[in-house]
Design a protein around this ligand. Structure first.
Ligand SMILES: Nc1ncnc2c1ncn2[C@@H]1O[C@H](COP(=O)(O)OP(=O)(O)OP(=O)(O)O)[C@@H](O)[C@H]1O
Length: 363
């Protein structure tokens, strides 16, 4: 059981270089929180501040209501799993997993029970007598996780634990982590990753970090379906959401926007009469673009290039109006569309509207 509360947390290196500021975050027992954001945005720094490996230079961190800013790492009840699993090569899996408890001079029976329990959760029972070199990368990472489970921490911190694994092992180990979480419903986990699929599939809530702060906190689907700002809109989802500049021409429970390229789109985001004439950016995800032959379409363009990925085909269009090149993602194989002029539309509930970078949905 552990709730975490970050209040106005900040990190400055050398008294001058701001890395993070104004971080407010409430994390409840049982959540799996994923930190994502561009390289260098401070994900690891925030995790290491929670662990106590990095000094908090402003604000307050509470664990279960107690301010722990100055509590040493070992007394915070936190276990951290890194991308390099750093097992002791000359020790068996059992000895690796027992090590911390032995150091703490716990009774042998208690150590054995804790290691057996962790090994069972992680399906390592059959490997307890092996040395790390006789394990796959995924199994080694499970041993590293096992070492933290043995300590029975209140909070688990994961810093890109799967990034050293190859693609197939990543998927398998990701599913194991999801199952591990389900088997420990009262544990609180915080997980840093670069991998969108890990973030979307593992997180109960995702924290998007950018520009030294939090760009949005929400469930994976909230971030995907209703991003609060253009940054999150384009950061979550791959390929990134298309943005078209345009002007609101009709307001009401639905909104019509005339795009600079000449097309018209309807959005389910409601607007008021005063919004007429407002210049906005319209966001449509590549996978929400629909090919149409009708007169009602967002834009018409020549397909410059296609990539057939099997289950989907990516269509790359030339620039539309003032906008960057546009991408469509159609189910199935459509390589033959290259060179054709194609009309694309989108369903109103899939059309986002941003003004000054912020979503009008949240006004
Ligand atoms: N000891 C330090 N002194 C000064 N600046 C530092 C120090 N450690 C980290 N930084 C800076 O803090 C910022 C955040 O680094 P951090 O490693 O937390 O980012 P990240 O989001 O985890 O990045 P990545 O995704 O690339 O791993 C970076 O700009 C980094 O250069």
């Amino acid at each position: 059981m552990a709730d975490l509360k970050l209040t106005d947390v900040a990190k400055t290196y050398g008294g001058s270089v701001d890395v993070l500021k104004n971080i407010d975050l409430d994390i409840k027992t049982g959540e799996l929180i994923v930190f994502v954001g561009p390289s260098g945005c401070g994900k690891s720094t925030l995790l290491r501040m929670i662990a106590g490996l990095e000094k908090i230079t402003g604000g307050e961190l509470q664990i279960d209501g107690q301010v722990v800013n100055d509590v040493p790492p070992a007394q915070r009840g936190i276990a951290m799993v890194f991308q390099s699993y750093a097992l002791y090569p000359h020790m068996t899996v059992r000895d690796n997993m027992s090590f911390a408890m032995k150091l703490a001079k716990k009774p042998a029976a208690e150590i054995k029970e804790a290691v057996d329990r962790a090994a069972k959760i992680l399906q390592l029972d059959d490997y307890l007598d092996r040395l790390p070199k006789a394990l796959s990368g995924g199994q080694r990472q499970r041993v590293a996780i096992g070492r933290s489970i043995v300590r029975d921490p209140k909070v688990y911190l994961f810093d890109e634990p799967l990034s050293n694994l190859d693609a197939a092992l990543r998927v398998a180990t990701r599913i194991e982590i999801a199952q591990l979480k389900e088997s420990m419903p009262d544990s609180t986990m915080i997980y840093v990753t670069h991998d969108q699929v890990e973030a979307m599939t593992l997180a109960s809530r995702i924290v998007v970090l950018a520009n030294k702060g939090i760009a949005q906190v929400g469930t994976p689907l909230e971030l995907y379906e209703r991003p609060e700002n253009e940054f999150v809109a384009q950061f979550i989802g791959s390929p990134a959401m298309n943005l078209f500049s345009g002007e609101i021409v009709e307001t009401g429970s639905q909104t019509t926007i005339k795009l600079d390229g000449g097309g018209l789109v309807t959005s389910a985001v409601p607007t008021q009469t005063a919004d007429k004439g407002l210049t906005v950016n319209v966001g449509i995800r590549p996978e929400d673009m629909i090919e149409t032959t009708g007169d009602d379409y967002a834009f018409e363009g020549k397909v410059n290039f296609t990539e057939a990925l099997g289950e989907v085909t990516l269509l790359y269009f030339a620039k539309v109006g003032n906008n960057d090149a546009v991408i469509g993602k159609l189910p199935g194989i459509h390589a033959d569309l290259r060179g054709n002029t194609v009309r694309m539309a989108a369903a109103p509930e899939k059309v986002q509207i941003f003004h000054n970078g912020q979503s009008l949905y949240y006004r």
